[in-house]
Design a binder for this molecule. Structure first.
Ligand code: PGA
Length: 485
């Protein structure tokens, strides 16, 4: 039976803007006392142990005193030090900034990149994070890249996609060798400092998606080597259950790392779990065939022949459900089909103009392709609706009408009346039909009745709740954060 790859677990304490240099030294003294007592207990019990690697990220001003106390207590090599951020520039007139060289000269092993609090209070773009990753690696340290979605993101179902996009931007220029030195910390933003930890299965599936993603970009060996941490309200009380999940390699701990006793307990729970963790069968994460084929299909580097093959596989693969669902969600989160079509035709016209060739068959061919994918997407949408996976959506038509940006308010209302009527009619027919009435007759009578009852559309539910609510949805084109581009 395959066993989990032996990635050394890692527990990192992020002190944020807490503990001055004197408090940092005292923390070290208290922690090493706790740790010595635990080591003695474990040695007496004879239990085999795989000690996690441990890192502490003090504020810049506490780094030096922390490192000195570490030496004095004989803890050097048993506990590593790192920084919470770094400049993306090597040196120069950048008041207040700290370079990677300065950190590496102090003996730092880790540097956090893209922590959500940095993203929020010192907004920087993805390119800057990618450069920071580069300078950290070039200075012999290891970046801990933080990724994670906000609560709104999760509620709108764009959770892990958002985190994967952050990951993709940060590592897009990396070689496989670089990637093995990167640590990824999955931290749902809404869980940081709030005491709210996602369900264990949500964490597990996010970690598996992250490993899948690394597999798609760098291959299975690298995916098996990269350490993925969980962060967000980790405490001694929940550490033992989280560390048992598949694909997890440790924690990024904020609040609980300020107390040496709590932090030591989290490290100890991680060490105690190591034996059972490594005996479990390998995670199925990056072996999911459907997903691998999908990523292959999306890879623009693929030669044409392989791309056609991958497309064929994606279409015919027995596990088409996840492929279809992703497709439907992608459409749902972007702009609707009409927009897709208009945009694609425009692109084609521009490409033909640029190439100086006349468009004859082009738009028709393109439209055929779009209609074909549209058919596939609609099938997937029907599946999602049938399974109640899309909140408040009753029919494909409603879905399309709501996401078509070209409709005016009145057109949208009129179309929705029709779509609600026909889907209600369909449901009613399914529910009431005893086989003695054909659908067309039933539909004609039903629709007539329904629409006349509904003449005053002001009273309709969607009017009251504001039909244009769709404009606040993240996938609406033109909105910040839309994945339409
Ligand atoms: P928390 O912080 O453990 O206090 O939730 C985690 C982090 O910010 O890395």
């Amino acid at each position: 039976m395959p066993v989990r790859p032996r990635r050394k677990p890692l527990v990192v304490g992020n002190w944020k803007m807490n503990l001055n240099h004197r408090e940092a030294a005292q923390w070290m003294v208290d922690y090493s006392g706790m740790n010595d007592a635990w080591e003695a207990r474990m040695a007496a019990s004879g239990q085999p142990l795989d000690r996690p690697e441990i890192g502490i990220l003090p504020p810049f001003t506490s780094l030096q005193s922390f490192i000195e106390t570490l030496d004095e207590r004989g803890m050097k090599g048993r506990l590593n030090v790192g920084a919470q951020t770094v400049s993306d520039i090597a040196a120069g007139a950048y008041t207040g900034d700290i370079s990677a060289d300065m950190l590496s000269a102090l003996g730092c092993r880790y540097v956090l990149v893209g922590h959500s609090e940095q993203r929020r209070y010192h907004p920087e773009d993805d390119d800057t994070f990618a450069t920071k990753m580069r300078v950290v690696l070039d200075n012999g340290m290891r970046p801990i890249l933080c990724i994670g979605e906000t609560r709104t993101g999760r509620e709108h179902g764009i959770g892990i996609d958002y985190a994967l996009r952050q990951l993709g931007e940060a590592v897009s220029q990396m070689s496989c060798e670089d990637m093995t030195r990167v640590v990824v910390a999955y931290e749902p933003v809404w869980s940081i400092g709030t005491g709210n930890v996602p369900d264990l299965n949500v964490i597990e599936s996010a970690l598996a998606d992250i490993r899948d993603f690394i597999n798609a970009g760098f291959g299975a060996d690298i995916a098996a080597a990269v350490r993925i941490l969980y962060g967000g309200s980790v405490k001694p009380e929940n550490a033992a259950s989280i560390i048992r999940l598949n694909d997890i390699d440790g924690f990024l701990v904020g609040g609980a790392s300020l107390d040496p006793c709590s932090f030591a307990k989290i490290c100890h729970r991680t060490a105690e779990s190591s034996v059972t963790r490594h005996q479990r069968p390998a995670s199925r994460g990056f072996q999911r065939k459907g997903r691998m084929k999908l990523s292959e299909f999306q890879n623009p580097e693929l030669p044409e022949s392989r791309r056609a093959l991958a497309a064929q596989v994606a279409r015919d693969f027995p596990d088409t459900l996840s492929w279809r669902l992703s497709l439907a969600l992608a459409a749902y989160r972007t702009a609707g089909f009409s927009w897709l079509e208009v945009r694609a035709v425009q692109d084609l016209i521009e490409a033909a103009d640029a190439a100086g060739s006349a468009l004859e068959e082009g738009p028709d061919m393109l439209r055929d392709i779009i209609w074909d994918s549209r058919r596939q997407i609609i099938e997937a949408m029907m599946l999602l609706i049938d399974r109640d996976a899309v909140q408040g959506v009753y029919s494909v038509d409603q879905w399309l009408v709501e996401s078509d940006p070209r409709l005016t308010h009145d057109e949208r209302c009129a179309r929705l009346v029709q779509t609600y009527a026909s889907s209600t009619c369909m449901r009613a027919y399914r529910f009431m039909n005893h086989g003695d009435e054909d659908y067309e007759t039933f539909c004609r009578d039903f629709m007539e009745g329904y629409l006349s009852c509904d003449a005053n559309t002001d009273n309709r539910r969607w009017r009251r709740r504001g039909i244009d609510r769709y404009k606040s949805r993240p996938w609406f084109p033109g909105r910040e954060g839309s994945s339409a581009e």
